[in-house]
Design a protein around this ligand. Sequence first.
Ligand code: SF4
Length: 470
Amino acid sequence: MQDHRTDRKPAHVTETELQVQRQAMAEVRALEDRPRTFCIVTYGCQMNAHDSETLAGMFREMGMSEAPDRESADFVLFNTCCVRDNAERKALGNVTWLKEVRKRNPALRIGVCGCMIQEPGMAERILKQYSFVDLAFGTANLYRMPELFLRMLQTGSRVVEVADENTIAEDLPVQRLRRDAAYITIMYGCNNFCSYCIVPYVRGRERSREMDDILREAEGLMRDGVKEIMLLGQNVNSYGLGLEGGASFPALLRRLDAMGVERLRFMTSHPKDLSDDLIDAMAGSKHILPQFHLPVQSGSDEVLRAMNRRYTRAEYLGRVRALRGAIPDIGLTTDIIVGHPGETEAQFLDTLSLVEEVGYDSAFTFIYSPRVGTRAAAMPGQIAPEVATERIQRLIAVQERRQRERLRRFIGMEESVLAEGLSRRSDAAVSGKGGHGISITFPGSAEDVGEIVRVRVTGVKNNTLTGERV
Ligand code: SF4
């Protein structure tokens, strides 16, 4: 696999190339015989979810509307993830299932895009084994979707094209999923090469958007009435690499805070890049929400070294103390992997003790999933699935108990909740996230959705909070 490490200034997609895409969108719109509806099936993280918003924006510009479901769409696009093996198998399984739908609807066209397509050999595999896929492209040439889509329609043949460009495309149309909250991607790719992770290989090296472009996008969202902005990147803490003029993540946060974005969140951070300046920027801000997602991955120094995480358990705990010292009651969440190659029982117990010690408000726990081409996939000491399964069950039990204990500190506290939707359990209740990033359910109706509601926390239920309106 190609090593993308560099801190060169990132290249931007040229205006001429963007003009080609605008022209392609207009040409698709003018075609008599073209797909009228689309459906995007998204797997994976928020970065992918936001990519799907951009793809939807481009389909709209091509005169297409969103179908209610994939069975009734004229064009179905799978935006895939390859971070874990099961996400990849699920995506390929669903693509194959759609082949059956096409027997009933021969006009249906099928596309596949996203991280999976960037994997070495995947484009060839799509061409050979998935002959019913009409269009495939990766993350690096996502902005060229209109041109590729037009070519597919005009030639009537399959278009499979993967690039390795690592550029930044500005000003693409976006159709947001929500009116009240929005994503802004501030940087792409990752330079960290954690042993188990395929992201640097499929998303390329780190490249940061110009700060002025981000601020301009945030201004537009505020004008549209967006109340909450989530800044996205694989490692937002190292935002600014390769940019001139002192661009850094704390500097960006301070500028956005000064602009008055009502609620500001970000994801994801790498503990080694969590600086005191970032903590100061958060502590001194009016609008950055008091929450932090700080993936630890393991509590064992040996495993952290094998993972190439470049921090120790003690350093990680030091960062947690610094965060909690500056922002009392900060909502703290994490990611943990069990069963990394070579992980011993004693090393796993270090992870359990760290989870006890920190007391996370929530944790995403995963069994290590080997990804071809990563260093960990070739390491000796692969852990048997039954051992990893037993470990994750013990981890989840500890985390859930600690989570319930920790969440009780919010009882009696008032939170501003951005109501996201009706509760799954009752039409007379709504759910949303409070400032600390924890889901809170409280009495309400569909009219509250999209509004910020003041709520007093009254209890802990199923690892989330319940509350009453103030
Ligand atoms: S920092 Fe995150 S995205 Fe980057 S290599 Fe490590 S796990 Fe993957």
